[in-house]
Design a protein around this ligand. Structure first.
Ligand SMILES: [Zn+2]
Length: 479
């Protein structure tokens, strides 16, 4: 996260001041939220606010729709087996080759791309997610905030940042603001919370049907890596310190659990290969992946070849990428292969060919979000804005909170010269970004556009009234 965005975040007010100290005597009763200074609704608001900041300002935020969709399918499978299957979760990616994962209050879980690339099995990645999910369902952030005694907004935000700190800059930003004091001592969860997240994460992992042996093996590998890094340990080790005790506990837990083979899904293999191909210098990465493929250093040949093709496209060699992908398309039907085929055609200057591939793919995978985005964008590039708009409308029915779809809608209407509809769509982009004043301004522009019919204008008026009310409420809440 850039420093400027940290400052914005610290300046964001919440209704968290003047909360009386709680749990003066002893430790909180883990699992009971009634005594916490921070209600689950407040946690969600803190998390939402940090998340908006990450989406808008964090240059490492990675919105790759294929990898994000995969991560959410895996994460939600674990959530369904967790202590609180009803809490909403959102899993997101950070383009960072180091190994880390972190939980924000309220169910937002960030995973560095490096965590997926270095996971040796899908169960290992699931083990990391299950541990983070447990930090959320056990409300560890709220507990730590409560343990601080007096809870101020800035202190809470600084605490969250300290826990999140991926690098020393973020840590020093918090320190410079002077809120960090006692909090920097708490970078990383306490031993007690780590043990609880391990214990509960283990149950989740087992219930969701993953290989529980992945947990101790992943810890051991991390600890070894940590020794190599010395003072430059992966952020994951700083935020979730791995002790011999944690490894011993994890090993004890797997005793007596019958061995269950858990094959990795093809989606995991493909996503990992794609993220690996996206790391480092394009040409160096391609050379490395080609050499690994040649030496058969892979666990899945299809994914390894797919990774080479992705790296070729990234190194601006679309013709070679097409030749590499061709045999896979004959044997394997998967939306990620379809998506790559379309990107290769587009890079080769064959936009119509790309669109044909996407439209055929959507017949087989009509609800695949990445293919739908790509198809809408391709239609727009070809100037077929009416067809693009129809597809956007259909998708917004399925995903009414998808900011990317509203941005595509606004772009399409701009191309069609429909000003009311363009501003109306742009207003929804701002609503989803959490900026009501900007949304209201767009609706006012929509009112003045002069190109809407009666029904369109009525709908703009109704939405404007609704947003103005929301803004009043928001201002009240902040007082
Ligand atoms: Zn942890």
């Amino acid at each position: 996260m850039r420093i400027s965005s940290l400052l914005v975040l610290l300046a964001t007010p919440f209704v968290l001041t003047a909360v009386p100290p709680v749990l003066a005597d002893g430790l909180p009763d883990l699992g009971d939220t009634a005594q916490l200074a921070l209600t689950p609704q407040m946690e969600r608001r803190v998390g939402e606010s940090i998340m908006r900041d990450i989406r808008l300002h964090d240059s490492t935020y990675d919105d790759d729709p294929e990898a994000t969709a995969y991560l959410n399918v895996l994460g939600n499978r674990l959530v369904a087996a967790s202590q609180d299957a009803h809490q909403d979760f959102e899993f997101f990616l950070e383009k960072d080759p180091t190994l880390n994962a972190f939980a924000l209050p309220g169910g937002y879980i960030g995973v560095n791309t490096g965590t997926i690339v270095s996971a040796q099995s899908e169960s290992e990645l699931a083990a990391v997610l299950a541990h983070e999910i447990a930090h959320v369902t056990q409300h560890h952030m709220a507990r730590m905030a409560s343990n601080q005694g007096k809870l101020s907004t800035a202190a809470l935000a600084a605490m969250v940042l300290a826990i999140l700190a991926r690098n020393s800059q973020a840590g020093s930003a918090a320190a410079a603001i002077g809120q960090a004091g006692a909090i920097t001592a708490q970078i990383g969860f306490t031993r007690e919370y780590e043990r609880e997240a391990d214990r509960i994460g283990f149950k989740t992992l087992q219930k969701a049907g993953f290989d529980v042996r992945a947990m101790p093996s992943f810890f051991e590998r991390l600890q070894k890596a940590g020794r190599l890094y010395e003072n430059n340990a992966p952020a994951y080790l700083r935020t979730h310190p791995i002790t011999s005790e944690r490894i011993a506990d994890a090993e004890n837990r797997i005793q007596g659990v019958p061995y269950k083979q858990t094959p990795d899904s093809l989606e995991f293999q493909l996503v990992r290969a794609k993220l690996r191909a996206g790391q480092g210098d394009a040409r160096d990465t391609l050379a490395q992946l080609e050499s690994d493929f040649h030496d058969k250093k892979y666990s899945n040949e299809t994914a390894a070849r797919y990774g080479v093709a992705v790296a070729m496209l990234r190194a601006e060699q679309p013709a070679r990428a097409a030749a590499e992908l061709a045999p896979l398309l004959r044997t394997t039907d998967d939306p990620m292969l379809v998506g790559l085929q379309a990107r290769i055609k587009k890079a080769s200057g064959d936009e119509k060919g790309a669109l044909a591939v996407l439209q055929q793919g959507l017949v087989r995978y009509p609800n695949n979000r990445a293919l739908n985005y790509a198809c809408i964008e391709s239609l727009q590039r070809l100037g077929r804005n009416r067809e693009a708009a129809a597809l956007v409308d259909e998708q917004i029915k399925n995903y009414p909170h998808d900011m990317h779809l509203y941005a595509l809608r606004a772009k399409g209407y701009a191309a069609l010269g429909k000003r009311l509809l363009q501003h109306q769509a742009q207003a929804e982009v701002y609503v989803l970004q959490g900026s009501l004043p900007a949304a209201i301004e767009q609706l006012q522009l929509a009112q003045k556009s002069g190109d809407g019919d009666f029904y369109q204008l009525s709908s703009v008026d109704a939405r404007l009234r609704d947003l103005r009310q929301q803004l009043v409420q928001e201002k009240k809440d902040k007082k």
